[in-house]
Write a protein that binds this ligand. Structure first.
Ligand code: ADP
Ligand code: GLC
Length: 480
């Protein structure tokens, strides 16, 4: 990545996840990739995160840059340092973050004080944006998802801040709703509790607060930006998005091509030298205990309703009967886990499921699979179909959100124009998904054509360059 000389501006990015420090989904990948991508176009970015228990080990080597004796019920400090090439600010507030469990939930479910935990993060973000960090003065505050949604609101309501703000929606399904009686405890101005500002279905939504107060709103694909004005995707916030239409931008996610590159796998391969992919496939079949005469499909995902995992039960029997096989890696909803394990038992040798989270295994799966399945009901962007493109692991996706923006269906027209990169189906139901899998069987049987589609896929630009330039333009527009 090219690093330009002059700094055009400074951005404080605030989020609840960031690779390689803490991750539950694609949000972390994006927050972790943006600093390098933006540095290449002249924007310096620091990332503010909560100091979860798992991150406390970093604190000793960091410098205190701010102290707050009472941050939503306890003392807090902000620590600054370099971690894994990122300029990181950790919000050390033990009463909120020093707990066993994940970022949002403990052993007994969601933390009951999540509203306060992420309000505190947002409060500190607004304060750092306004006051700067030891002479480093941000021009833009960039908030990600509901966890950071109050940051633009605190900035706006806190007086005449000259700092611009951007609110990015990674997933509209998580809106940070809280009961109205928390208004004062969350340090929000009572006179802003009305439908045009903070009020949301009789309570508060930190995502809505960000959407109405930020200078610009972005989401992670152009198609999702268009979908969000429809109730089935806007999920109650469609009117807010429509009202802000002039300031809503869809900026497609990239992937980190240094982490996700077939040329960097244990057995390297590329569009020109595909031989090693067959060796990866054999190794993967052995690892999952599979023997598959037709296409070997993979699926790597959080197991939730969003991802359309439940559809597999209806489509897998025919797919297997036609010669296909399936390797799954995922965790989440216990009912979906059980349904997948039942499929694996019923189709032993053809379907294999590993429940868990395993980054290394996911690499081996993308390298060894023939196709990657992403049958999501909605998908703001989606990263696994993009890994599929990069690895020549043909994406089979539903035509929603960023999936529709990143995969070109292998229709006869697209095939003859030599632009087909995968299989796209619509609507999101078992009938259309089953048909897509039959098309995969047929495509795979035509070795030459399948290789052509793989090659087209691998030729796609999947890095961050274009989208980093878009973010830079949005920042520049706000600062001017
Ligand atoms: P979402 O953020 O909605 O979960 P994305 O496709 O944007 O969906 O990002 C998911 C990210 O998490 C990808 O990097 C994917 O490879 C990774 N991932 C999801 N589940 C697993 C798992 N069980 N093991 C390893 N990586 C996973
Ligand atoms: C969310 C979305 C996913 C997107 C990711 C990163 O988790 O579900 O589609 O790729 O954020 O923006």
């Amino acid at each position: 990545m090219q690093v330009s000389g002059a700094v055009r501006g400074r951005v404080l990015s605030v989020a609840s996840e960031c690779v390689p420090l803490i991750k539950t989904g694609g949000l972390a990948d994006v927050v972790g990739a943006l600093p390098a991508a933006l540095a290449a176009v002249g924007w310096e970015m620091r990332v503010l995160l909560p100091a979860y228990r798992a991150l406390r080990g970093y604190l000793d080597a960091m410098d205190e840059v701010l102290a707050d004796p009472d941050l939503f019920g306890g003392p807090a400090r902000v620590m600054a340092g370099q971690i894994a090439g990122l300029s990181v600010l950790l919000l050390d507030a033990p009463h909120l973050y020093d707990r066993d469990g994940g970022p949002y939930a403990g052993p007994a479910g969601d933390w009951p004080d999540n509203a306060q935990r992420f309000a505190a993060l947002s409060w500190i973000a607004a304060r750092l944006a306004r006051e700067g960090v030891q002479g480093w003065q941000p021009d833009v505050l960039h908030a990600h998802d509901w966890q950071a949604g109050l940051a633009p609101a605190y900035l706006r309501y806190g007086g005449t801040a000259s700092v611009a703000s951007v609110m990015t929606i990674h997933n509209m399904a998580f809106q940070g709703w809280a009961p109205a009686h928390l208004l004062a405890a969350l340090r929000l101005p009572p006179d802003q509790y009305h439908p045009a500002a903070l009020e949301y279905y009789g309570g508060l939504s930190s995502l809505k607060a960000g959407l109405v107060t930020a200078g610009a709103v972005t989401t992670v694909s152009p198609n999702y930006a268009r979908e969000l004005v429809r109730p089935e995707f806007g999920l109650g916030l469609e009117g807010v998005i429509a009202a802000r239409a002039a300031s809503v931008f869809g900026v497609l996610n990239g992937i980190d091509t240094e982490v996700w590159s077939p040329e960097r796998e244990v057995m390297p391969y590329s569009a020109k030298k595909m031989q090693a992919k067959a060796a990866h496939r054999a190794a993967l079949c052995a690892e999952f205990g599979l023997q598959v005469p037709g296409p070997l499909a993979i699926l790597v995902s959080r197991l939730t309703d969003q991802k359309g995992i439940d559809l597999l039960e209806s489509v897998v029997p025919d797919f297997v009967a036609a010669g296909g096989g399936l390797a799954v890696l995922g965790s989440g909803d216990p009912a979906l886990q059980a349904a997948l394990l039942a499929l694996a038992q019923r189709f032993a040798g053809r379907v294999s499921v590993k429940i868990g989270y395993d980054e290394d295994l996911s690499h081996r799966m993308f390298a060894g699979g023939d196709a990657v399945l992403v049958p999501s009901r909605f998908e703001p962007c989606g990263l696994t179909q993009i890994y599929g493109l990069a690895y020549g692991t043909v994406p089979v996706v539903s035509a929603v959100g960023g999936l529709a923006d990143t995969v070109i269906d292998a229709s006869p027209a697209a095939i003859s124009a030599k632009v087909a990169t995968g299989i796209v189906f619509h609507p999101v139901d078992a009938l259309a998904f089953g048909q897509a899998l039959r098309r995969l069987i047929a495509l795979y049987a035509d070795k030459k054509l399948f290789a052509r589609v793989q090659k087209n896929a691998m030729a796609q630009e999947v890095g961050w360059a274009a989208s980093a330039a878009r973010y830079a333009d949005i920042y520049q527009g706000l600062v001017e």
